[in-house]
Design a protein around this ligand. Structure first.
Ligand code: NCD
Length: 309
């Protein structure tokens, strides 16, 4: 029996294959249920707190949507400027305080390891919604859910992850989940934005075929799925370094004509220029379906953590 009751969600490597399967199964049940009705009263009386120290559109709003669709309530720190963080309150004290109010906390913070610190300070479960260039496990779960819906099992797929492998927390978390399957990974990035060595060596140790390359066409033309990412401009200490790599990898309709016919394109969003809007009407452009899947996966996580599934 899989149980996530009272557990923190901090890192892509924390899940067993059984747990992943269970979360995605519950997500799919909620997706079906939401076709019949607009809400499910499973978490009535429960409160989710969202604590975002970095910009967010999808992650915060989909967590809030998920909680409300399950009948629960949401409190939010709102802007950092409007809270006591602006007076110099520490993350630890902020989290200690909020854990007195809420039953579960979702946090996004610019520092790697911050979600773990928050979890240690909190008396209620903490979900990492992005710790700097570290991890973003709930995004990875919804990415995997999307892959399974769009293509089926990831087993045997060739997947190109493209863009910022160094600072991209979504890809750091996603490869942890994909390491449970026999996938072939092309990590396509500028040389200066390669995936951290400890991650790639770990993938190889698990028997995955990993190719690091700067050749987008070479990798994409062999792939069943392309996962595009934004170059994480805000992580560069030297903006001239960003200028050197921005706009390096761009997908447009013409590019698609040279790939496998049924290629699926994902992106955690927001995009800047890496997917031309003309790609949006291509049937395999799945990134807005991917956005929607975030609700079901986050509903599953909230319900399971709060012991209702
Ligand atoms: C990503 C993030 O914040 O890490 N967005 C998201 O959560 N969907 C990706 C990004 O900002 O580029």
């Amino acid at each position: 029996m899989v149980s996530l009751k009272d557990k923190d969600i901090l890192h892509g490597n924390q899940f067993s294959k059984k747990e992943i399967d269970a979360i995605l199964r519950v997500a799919s049940e909620f997706e079906k249920e939401l076709k019949q009705k607009s809400s499910i009263s499973l978490l009535k009386g429960k409160i989710l707190a969202t604590l975002f120290f970095e910009p967010s559109t999808r992650t915060r709003l989909s967590f809030e949507t998920a909680m409300q669709r399950l009948g629960g309530g949401v409190i939010s720190l709102g802007s950092v400027e409007g809270s006591s963080v602006a007076k110099g309150e520490t993350l630890i004290d902020t989290v200690r305080t909020i854990s007195q109010y809420a039953d579960v906390i979702v946090i996004r913070h610019p520092r790697i390891g911050s979600a773990k610190e928050a979890a240690e300070a909190s008396s209620v479960p903490v979900i990492n919604a992005g710790d700097g260039a570290g991890q973003h496990p709930t995004q990875a779960l919804l990415d995997l859910y999307t892959i399974r819906k769009e293509v089926g099992t990831p087993k045997g797929l060739a997947i190109s992850l493209v863009g910022d492998m160094k600072y991209g927390r979504t890809v750091h978390a996603l490869v942890e989940l994909l390491s449970h399957y026999q996938v072939r990974l092309f990590l396509v990035s500028p040389d200066s934005l390669k995936m951290p060595e400890e991650i790639t060596s770990n993938l190889k140790a698990k028997g995955l075929e990993v190719v690091e390359t700067e050749d987008l066409m070479g990798a994409a033309s062999q792939s069943d799925l392309i996962y595009m990412t934004r170059i994480q401009k805000e992580r560069f200490s030297d903006l001239s370094e960003y200028e050197k790599v921005k706009g390096r990898f761009i997908i447009n309709r013409d590019f698609l004509t040279q790939l496998k016919k049924k290629i699926i394109i994902l992106h955690p969003l927001p995009r800047v220029d890496e997917i031309h809007p003309e790609v949006d009407t291509y049937p395999g452009a799945a990134y807005f379906r991917q956005v929607r899947n975030g609700i079901f996966v986050r509903m599953a996580l909230l319900a399971m953590i709060l012991g209702k599934r």
